[in-house]
Write a protein that binds this ligand. Sequence first.
Ligand code: IMP
Length: 182
Amino acid sequence: MDYPKDIMSEILYDEKQIIARAQEIAKQINKDYENKALTLVCTLKGAVFFFTELMKYVTIDCRIEFIKASSYIGNTTMTIGNVKISKFMNFEIANRDILIVEDIVDTGLTCKELFAYFNTNKCSSVNVCTLLDKKKRRQTNIEPKYVGFEIDDKFVIGYGLDYNESYRNLPCVGVINPKYIK
Ligand code: IMP
């Protein structure tokens, strides 16, 4: 079954715009991390689309790793509260320059926990590169080093971002039509 044609009430960024922005950011990363021990860390699942786009244009030597960070209270998934971090592979953190790649930074609580996690494991530096930034909703002092686009406080889907695990495969970022929010 295809998604409804009106699933997005507004398209914010199409594939072309996202790729162009990923290229610009990658260029900056190439300069900023030249001669550093860069590890790009993709946060699953949302950042996968942006991560692979970015990766194509990062031309300096780097490693890639994957991590899953989920915010939850009890057994319900929420964007506030505790953050559970699951690492799939035991990767080297000490003396590495960690760049966390996120789909969206909202309250900043997930990033705050990730910073604490990497810092206690003695990395050389830890920073965030995010496709989207809901800056007005921030509850922490986390400032991403690289931001694709700053957006208003609206629930967005597509390009990796989900609503109830659906819509990640839409090739653009847009605001979900409120009539599909249950
Ligand atoms: P945080 O509030 O910065 O910790 O963000 C937690 C997570 O909430 C993000 O990694 C996303 O998975 C999710 N999230 C926040 N805003 C949106 C949205 O507009 N669409 C889809 N997921 C979102």
